[in-house]
Write a protein that binds this ligand. Structure first.
Ligand code: GDG
Length: 465
């Protein structure tokens, strides 16, 4: 069996078995631990100049990490990846900026990392590249003469063509994406946006078998919704229920209902709207005063990107304002916790709560929504309130699906979730667990890798013929 090489911007070696907060790190690590292979990418360190990768073996996984120079970090990571691509791909062109130097840095880092990886490659390696930082990575490898199969998975949404066109080098980026053999998206809608861009601009065509012919290449383009391991999460949620922190919250909540939200602190997650909709519930339904609290856990990320500093301030202001308006001596409506918690503890907190409140303005998938469902007690499950703009909404029909721009609708959904009869809650939970089991994390990984191996085999057969 050929070796699997996973490439992502940030490699997250486990510290005591725990990766960083963030869906990509969690998904990739769990997927790679079973198959074994190499994980190549940035170590998270800033260095004086580019060097050969540092190698570290942990079980079946070999971590190969490289540092970034300050200039690389500023231009490639903080700049083009997180101040241009991330906001635009999340439909926030108002927060997006474009700087030619930063784009040059983005291409340069992709080329440097491709060179560093090439030195480690064996002829039958299969390469799986992840996320928006590395859109041109396959092209950079191809320019170095690498002919191995290379697949790409985008964890975040792919915007509709009109939105994509606001990124000045859009054409070059899409052309570069066509150097992959398989390009995967979270949803059919994202896949369609990519195909629409190619077809409408006359760069190529898609056929019914999922293949796209564009820029003189043939690639498989598919939707591969990322999953979780629902039963492992259910078990962890149950096992961690007797942790001290869970007990403390349980005591504090006696006689009160709990709404739980967990997100990286990011403007795409709709946190401000979420707080405001909760405020609207308190305004419309005074019977909930003193009887329900929202716990929002939001560990800061990318805190050196300006837009992230701003969202943090706004949110602190909103939490303070709403609490100031409604709090009583023995009741704080919003508990806003700006720090990271142990993952299994989060699952136990989900299990303790009556409502999971997951309302991003845009999200590729949103693993928290899936984790919330998996963590519930099947005999007394909580209700998921979920944004229609999370990829997960395509797969969790048992959720109360809301438009996060409609604060009144969100407040109504909260009311409905808090008052839902047990039978209804159980039926929804059973439905969603079945979905989560049939589309778990290994389904995602295997479906992608089967396609990557298949396309490659087909291509080599064609070449030989
Ligand atoms: C990207 C896409 C896509 C959160 N806080 C803590 C913590 N987390 C964990 C959650 C969850 C993960 O981080 C977040 O994953 P999401 O999927 O919700 O969101 P992104 O980080 O934006 O992930 C997303 C994902 O990639 C996978 O493809 O679903 O759409 O944006 O697992 O539980 N973990 C710990 N402490 C925290 O405080 N340990």
């Amino acid at each position: 069996m050929s070796r699997l090489i996973v490439v992502s911007n940030r490699v997250a070696p486990t510290q005591e078995g725990r990766p960083a907060a963030g869906g990509l790190a969690i998904g990739v690590l769990d997927a790679l631990k079973e198959t074994g292979g190499v994980w190549f990418g940035w170590s998270g360190e800033i260095v004086g100049e580019a060097q050969a990768p540092t190698i570290e073996n942990q079980g079946k996984v070999t971590y190969a990490t490289v540092g970034l120079t300050r200039r690389d970090y500023d231009q490639y990571y903080r700049g083009f990846s997180n101040a241009t691509l991330w906001p635009t791909f999340h439909y926030r062109t108002d927060l997006s900026r474009y700087d030619r130097q930063e784009y040059a840095g983005y291409l340069r880092v992709n080329a440097t990392m491709a060179k560093q990886l090439k030195a480690m490659l064996q002829p039958d390696d299969i390469i799986w590249v992840h996320d928006y930082h590395l859109l041109p990575f396959a092209r950079a490898l191809r320019e170095l003469g690498v002919n191995n199969p290379i697949g790409f998975f985008l964890h975040i949404p792919f915007p509709v063509p009109e939105m994509l066109r606001t990124v000045p080098p859009h054409e070059e980026l899409v052309k570069a994406m066509c150097s992959y053999d398989v390009v995967g998206f979270q949803t059919q809608a994202d896949r369609q946006s990519f195909v629409d861009y190619i077809e409408r601009r006359g760069f190529g065509t898609a056929s019914d078998d999922g293949m796209v012919h564009a820029f003189g290449r043939m690639l498989k383009v598919g939707a591969y919704p990322i999953g979780i391991y629902p039963d492992a999460i259910a078990k962890a949620a149950q096992q961690f229920a007797d942790r001290k922190q869970v007990g403390t919250l349980r005591d504090a909540m006696r006689g009160r209902k709990l709404i739980m939200s967990v997100d990286r602190l990011d403007y795409s997650k709709g946190l401000v709207e979420r707080f405001q909709a909760f405020e609207r519930l308190l305004l419309a339904a005074p019977h909930w005063h003193g009887r329900v609290s929202l716990v929002q856990i939001a560990p800061p990320t990318r805190s050196d990107v300006q837009t992230y500093q701003r969202i943090r301030q706004t949110l602190e202001g909103e939490a303070g304002r709403i609490n100031g308006r409604f709090a009583q001596l023995d009741w704080t409506p919003i508990q806003y916790l700006n720090r990271k918690y142990e993952r299994n503890l989060l699952m136990a907190l989900f299990r303790l709560s009556q409502v999971g409140y997951v309302t991003p303005l845009r999200d590729g998938m949103n693993l928290v929504a899936k984790e919330y469902v998996a963590s519930q007690d099947p005999e007394d499950p909580g209700v998921l309130v979920l944004s229609q703009f999370a990829g997960a909404a395509e797969q969790l029909p048992g959720a109360l699906v809301v438009n996060p721009f409609d604060l009144t609708q969100m407040a109504e959904a909260l009311e409905r979730a808090l008052s839902m009869p047990l039978e209804d809650r159980k039926a929804r939970h059973t439905d969603m667990m079945a979905q989560l089991r049939s589309g778990d994390l290994s389904t995602w990984r295997d479906a992608f890798l089967v396609d990557l191996r298949h396309v490659t085999t087909a291509a080599s057969v064609t070449r030989k013929a």
